[in-house]
Design a protein around this ligand. Sequence first.
Ligand code: GLV
Ligand code: MN
Ligand code: MN
Length: 379
Amino acid sequence: MGNIFGRLEGSEPSAGVVLTGSHCDAIPLAGMYDGTLGVIGAIEALAALQQAGFKPVRPIEVMMFTSEEPTRFALSCSGSRAMAGALTPAELEAKTDAGGLHFLQASGAGYAGAPPASVANQVGYGAASTGEMLEAVRVAPEAVAYFVELHIEQGPFLEREGTDIGVVTAIAAPAALEVHFTGDGGHAGGQLMPIRNDAGLAGAELALAVERHVLGTGSGDTVGTTGTFEVSPGAINSVPREARLAIDIRDTDGPRRDSVVEGVLASAADIAHRRKVRVASRIINQDPPATCHASIVEAVAASAKQLGLSTKHMVSRAYHDSLFMARVAPTGMIFIPCRNGWSHRPDEFSSPEDIANGVNVLALTLAHLSGGSWPKVEL
Ligand code: GLV
Ligand code: MN
Ligand code: MN
């Protein structure tokens, strides 16, 4: 799958590992901190524990998940979905990028080495089929004792309230849809307005309907985004024959999110009927929300307190690999502030001081969860 692991051995090598990590892939026009903080920060946390002479009981592993962002293969959290057993061979085999390169071809980009202790079966490389590979990647029962992810908040609350650390209690539920309208196109001059079936206008109506359904819930926690909207053939003098929209709908409340998804699909059918275009809609994913485990929530809060840092218990509105890791292991997240709450844009920024706070809290949390001993300090 392209998931990459490193390991700090514990005094009980066969015990379930304490796992930490995030992703390093990025959407177009992204910043530098989303995901990367949780990989490089985790390596730094392990290095700090090692340098301090901490001897863990449970092994501590750091990892980088493959393809967390959905932009290349239209599949979010690919590596963690596979680890959670939430990906079928058929789904993975169908994934290609815009250049037609297959996910499995791209992930064969030269990764090497033995599979980590935390995956089942150890079939490893050279698996005979996609199914066998996915079985090998899947987390074995109890193999991961805890999973912790350090991430920037991607929202405004910590900075606005002057809080150092966000202790994440739950992760919002994302859904992704694709809608494809097809009309008959035609000449921009010769095709008279009453006889057009313009797929572009059907798409425009649907993008506005997404906003209407979301605002209709009356909840500030419901959000919807038409993030891609392509019309073809893409000529100024041609009535759009096709419109393809990718729509992202999220909420902290799964059933309320699902009611918006149903409303958007119903609007797509209604618009297609009125505008005499054909429509094909597909739900790419509709993942349930995750709850963070009390043991990690407590360990993060206690570590921050020990370091004299202020905390806020909060929900993650973005999704993360933690959403899937929560299906197979007790999971929690640590947030740090980011400037103006900006993320998924090039001016995303977190200060070195906030990063240091997050890494220190992660290191102490990993130490708590692993069990182990600090060197005796002569006073
Ligand atoms: C992750 O990048 C997300 O879209 O929440
Ligand atoms: Mn992201
Ligand atoms: Mn991320």
